[in-house]
Design a protein around this ligand. Structure first.
Ligand code: DGL
Length: 269
């Protein structure tokens, strides 16, 4: 019995941690495609092909439900996968919608027309591929009117995190926040639209200042998943919990241990 959690690499561990805390009785099978990370600099077809392959592996291992704990995959592949048809009894969900529902003060499944919300100036920090997809703005437009979104493509941060170079990652955060402020001097809220970025949340908050509300995606996704599993208790699957990687299992396990601060053992996917 396990729910699949997919990310291009280690960023999805921020989501895994939040869902494990929120749902201690649910088992999870994590898949990090570290051999192909970062996804954020790939084109949409490439991200789709890699995501589809990884999700199929998780389905083959008995997961009925797979969460794309990766904004880039959610932006470039989720809708296409859902539209091209899923095998019987299998589901895939992304991480965008819970965030947008929180930003627009909506309950799950509230399909009422778009309305005005308090947050008028929102900064979005995401990978180049997520920014190019405009998926965030599209989902937001279904739910809110009059929100000015300034997106900053944050090249380099994911590579630095995957390499464990947090000093470089911090310097890149500062320079991307500066670039954003040149376009939008006073954002009210900032969305960390990449699951790697919560690992740099303090650096983002410090660079943005205390008046900017930094929205944490992981907890919002955990709440949404809890709600989904109450309504679909049969989606727990039959798979075994664990950690899979397409990268070097020893190296990835070491990096994951630094992030989660506990021993985890990745196996070859
Ligand atoms: N962590 C992923 C995301 O949320 C992807 C980062 C990448 O591989 O570029 O966008």
């Amino acid at each position: 019995m396990a729910v699949g959690i997919f990310d291009s690499g280690l960023g999805g561990l921020t989501v895994l941690e939040a869902v494990q805390t929120r749902l201690p009785d649910v088992k999870f099978l994590y898949f990090g495609d570290s051999a192909h990370a970062p996804y954020g600099v790939r084109d949409a077809d490439d991200v789709y092909d890699l995501t589809r392959k990884a999700v199929e592996k998780l389905w083959d291992r008995g997961c009925d439900l797979v969460i794309l704990a990766c904004n880039t995959a959610s932006a470039a592949a989720l809708r296409r996968m859902q539209e091209s048809g899923l095998p019987d009894g299998k589901r895939v969900l992304g991480v965008f919608v819970p965030l947008i529902e929180a930003l627009t003060e909506r309950q799950w499944g509230d399909n009422s027309p778009p309305r005005e919300v308090d947050m008028k100036h929102v900064a979005l920090f995401a990978t180049p591929a997520t920014v190019a997809s405009r998926a965030f703005q599209r989902e937001l437009a279904f739910r809110a009117i009059g929100v000015d979104v300034e997106a900053q493509a944050c090249g380099g941060i994911v590579d630095a995190i995957e390499e464990g170079d947090l000093i470089l990652a911090e310097a890149l955060v500062r320079s991307h926040v500066d670039a954003l402020r040149r376009k939008m001097p006073d954002p009210q809220a900032a969305i960390l639209g990449c699951t790697h970025y919560p690992l740099m949340q303090q650096a983002f908050q410090a660079a943005l200042g205390p008046d900017v509300k930094v929205l944490s995606q992981a907890e919002l996704v955990a709440e949404s998943l809890a709600d989904y599993l109450v309504r679909h208790p049969n989606m727990m699957g039959s798979g075994k919990a664990g950690f899979l990687t397409t990268g070097d299992a020893t190296r990835v396990s070491d990096r994951a241990m630094q992030i989660l601060r506990r021993q985890v053992t990745f196996e070859a996917a």
